[in-house]
Design a protein around this ligand. Structure first.
Ligand code: NAP
Length: 354
């Protein structure tokens, strides 16, 4: 077989795994891996919370793959600016896009642009020291709302409520530690739009929340009516069962005074972020047909990530992914574009663990 030249755009887990699989599958292959950032590892470096060293440790496996000598890494290369699609098609037999999903999904409710309304993805980038975001973050709010019942909401809730000193053993950036240390937060409220049986958390991450020092978890009994969890319902997995037990144990445990409180609310559909003088002053939800307002000074939207469009690459703006069928890039009429592929979150959307 002739010598195959492949370019991969995006040096996060998906791009590196793709390169490694290709390197192991073909004798005659040259793989060039590009990233717009100076260093590789994408989501692991800039998306995993500093106090999750076990997940961050996956960098070691990815490092070994890059170190195998079969993949060349080029950082600081912006697709569409430094290299165009045309350039890539001229020099490579195949181009794989693995650019991930790093933006926040949009939430279309009034008040979303008020000062104090933040995308969780931006906050995550800040606490992970992403080079493209400001070094400072306003942590003046005492009462905070987090929207969403996925693991990103848990990460944000944990980082906001944890004592900064308890993160000194991690690779938390110094500027982040300094600001978290002075945070005024006392109450963090996490809101799910569905019920406690429909959370998208994973068991280890949920349980971990209950182990954060000096934080009391507060649940509302109204969210847990008799028989709230049906073990035998369709689609219920072992993960759901474990998480239901965790929530039930929190519901039954005695309240103890703590420096900070973490409230979990369910059945809350966000309607409006309320403001005063251009700043967040509260948030309104609809809960089972009635409006509920909560006074908060900051809102974090953890309702999912969103993939960005790349110049001249077909993009599905209803899903935030590159148009593709099973990873083969297609045009609007679903005709395959020869030599173009997508993998990871820009292929299937931001779901699944690393
Ligand atoms: P996610 O798991 O998809 O959760 C998004 C949450 O936002 C869901 O609860 C969803 O509710 C809610 N939501 C969506 N649109 C909403 C709206 N308009 N109003 C109110 N709520 C809305 O997304 P994620 O938390 O961003 O996580 C992305 C992926 O990364 C997941 O696979 C996650 O497990 C993974 N991750 C893992 C870790 C870890 O530590 N292991 C950490 C971070 C992320 P519905 O369920 O009702 O749609």
């Amino acid at each position: 077989m002739k010598h195959l030249r492949v370019a991969i755009f995006g040096a996060g887990p998906a791009g590196i795994y793709a390169g490694n699989i290709l390197a192991g599958s073909y004798e005659n292959v040259t793989i060039d891996l590009f990233d717009s950032l100076p260093a590789p590892y994408g989501l692991i470096r800039y998306g995993v919370a500093p106090d999750h060293p076990r997940i961050k440790g996956i960098v070691n496996s990815l490092h070994e793959m890059l170190d195998s000598g079969k993949i060349r890494f080029f950082g600081n290369v912006e697709f569409g600016r430094d290299l165009t699609l045309e350039d890539m098609q001229r020099h490579y037999h195949a181009v794989i896009f693995a650019t991930g999903a790093i933006k926040d999904a949009t939430l279309n409710i009034p008040g979303v642009d008020l000062q104090g309304s933040f995308g969780a993805a931006d906050f995550v980038s800040w606490y992970d020291g992403h080079p493209d975001v400001p070094r400072t973050w306003p942590l003046t709010a005492e009462n905070v709302a987090i929207l969403g019942n996925g693991n990103v909401a848990l990460d944000v809730a944990r980082v906001l409520t944890k004592q900064a000193n308890d993160m000194l053993t991690t690779d938390i950036p110094v500027n982040v530690y300094e600001e978290l240390k002075d945070s005024r937060v006392t109450d963090v409220h996490v809101f799910g739009r569905r019920g406690p049986a429909d959370i998208k958390f994973t068991p280890i991450e949920l349980r971990e929340l209950g182990e954060v020092a000096d934080v009391e978890i507060v649940l509302s009994p109204e969210d847990f009516p008799e028989g709230w969890f049906n073990e035998d319902a369709e689609g219920v997995t072992n993960q759901h069962r474990v998480m239901a037990r965790v929530l039930q144990s929190w519901l039954e445990r005695e309240s103890k005074p703590a420096k900070r409180r973490l409230h979990l609310h369910f059945w809350h559909q966000p309607k409006e972020i309320l403001g005063e003088g251009g700043k967040v002053s509260g948030i309104r939800f609809e809960r089972k047909g009635e409006n509920r307002d909560y006074p908060v000074e900051a809102v974090y939207r953890a309702i999912g990530y969103w993939g960005s469009e790349l110049p001249n690459v077909p993009y599905d703006d209803s899903k935030g992914v590159i148009r593709n069928i099973d990873g083969r890039v297609v045009d609007e009429k679903e005709n395959q574009i020869s030599g173009l592929y997508a993998t990871g979150w820009i292929k299937r959307g931001p779901v699944g663990l690393i």
